[in-house]
Structure formats: structure tokens, C-alpha cells
Design a protein. Structure first.
Length: 211
């Protein structure tokens, strides 16, 4: 395992299946001389294979929700390669029980993808030094969405689950179709979903919606 020293850059491996976010993180890491981008991959399996071939970096930035292995499965596989791997988990949807699960699984941090850039960078620095950086989830956030989904976005999400069209949602909520479109777009980003069906399925999976 690479051991970071103050005089050497912090080596980073990015693991995220969303190209846009991964490219954005790559740009941020590359723009700081204190960091060195060791690799960037789109799946847990690729990440583990990368570490086996090229070694464990100082920090692995790991997406919590991915299509093959999720972040927790990937973390476990990485720990088989190097038990002291320092992983910072990123999630679009920050859930209280996942933050606790990340701690128990041996991750060094868990932060929101929507956090300010400086928050993410501070978390990387902390993790590289063996410190922890976990997002705090307030009591209010723990209720209902457990995240930054607004009350209106939750209303839209529930209507999405009922299969209503954009026009029907606009009528039901007494808002414009453009406003509905904006809310749906925000929900997809926060749920890390490619479409409405995936967003609803994930909402049931994480307990935001009840069957």
C-alpha cells in the first residue's frame, strides 16, 4: 500500500459509474498539485483489478451505488487486497444507515456528491492521513428522505411511483410542467438514476417509498 508523506502528492483512484461526475472529479483532482490521479474506473470490479495490478493508492474515492458491485462489496474486495485501504465513499443520496454501515465496514469517510468541492477535498486530505470524514445526517434529514430531497420533490417522487405523467403531476400539484420537469431532473440526480423508473425502484430499495 502506498503510504503518503507530506512531501509527496496524495495518490487517488476514482471509482464511479457516472461519466459526468467522474470527469468532474478528475478535473478537480488534476487541478491540485497536492493530488495525483492514479486511475479512474467505472466499476467496482475494474477498481479491484486496478489495485491488484498497480497497487493501492493513498485514497480510493468510491461510489456507493454502482451496477455490478456496490460500494460496500467493492470495499470488501479491496480489503482482501489490502486490509488498510483508505476508502472515501461518495453518495448522491446520503442515508443515515449507510453512513453507519460504511463506518462498520471500515471506510474512512462517506460524503455527499452534492457537497461543496472544498468539503470533498478536505475529506480526501483527512482520509489520506488516516483520519475519518463522515457526513452528518440531521434529525430532520433522517425523517422522510434522509437527504436533500425537498418536501416538493418527495411529492413528485410519490406521484412518479404512481405512474403519473408530467402533465398529470402538474395538475395534481398545481404547478407548471416546467417546474415538474425541474423537480424530476433534480430527483434523478440525487437518486443517481438514469430515468424515472430507476429512480422509483431505488426509492423503494432505500426506503424512501413504501410498497
Amino acid at each position: 500500500m502506498s503510504l503518503n508523506e507530506s512531501s509527496s502528492p496524495i495518490s487517488v483512484l476514482l471509482v464511479d459509474d457516472h461519466p459526468t461526475l467522474r470527469i468532474g472529479l478528475e478535473a478537480v483532482v488534476k487541478s491540485r498539485s497536492e493530488f495525483q490521479l492514479q486511475g479512474s474506473v467505472s466499476s467496482g470490479k475494474e477498481a479491484v483489478e486496478f489495485c491488484r495490478r498497480k497497487g493501492i493508492p493513498d485514497v480510493v474515492i468510491l461510489d456507493v451505488r454502482m451496477p455490478d458491485w456496490d460500494g460496500f462489496e467493492t470495499l470488501g474486495q479491496m480489503q482482501r487486497v489490502e486490509s488498510k485501504v483508505r476508502v472515501l465513499m461518495l453518495a448522491g443520496l446520503v442515508l443515515k444507515h449507510e453512513v453507519e454501515r460504511a463506518r462498520e465496514a471500515g471506510a474512512y469517510g462517506y460524503v455527499s456528491k452534492g457537497a461543496e468541492v472544498n468539503v470533498v477535498l478536505d475529506a480526501i486530505r483527512a482520509v489520506s492521513r488516516g483520519m475519518t470524514a463522515f457526513a452528518s445526517v440531521s434529525r430532520r434529514e433522517s425523517q422522510d428522505a434522509e437527504h436533500g430531497l425537498s418536501a416538493r420533490e418527495m411529492e413528485v417522487l410519490r406521484l412518479m411511483a404512481r405512474g403519473l405523467s408530467r402533465g398529470d403531476m402538474a395538475l395534481a400539484l398545481h404547478i407548471s410542467m416546467e417546474t415538474v420537469k425541474s423537480h424530476v431532473k433534480s430527483i434523478l440526480v440525487k437518486m443517481e438514476a438514469s430515468d424515472r423508473t430507476e429512480a422509483v425502484a431505488r426509492a423503494f430499495e432505500v426506503g424512501l417509498l413504501q410498497a
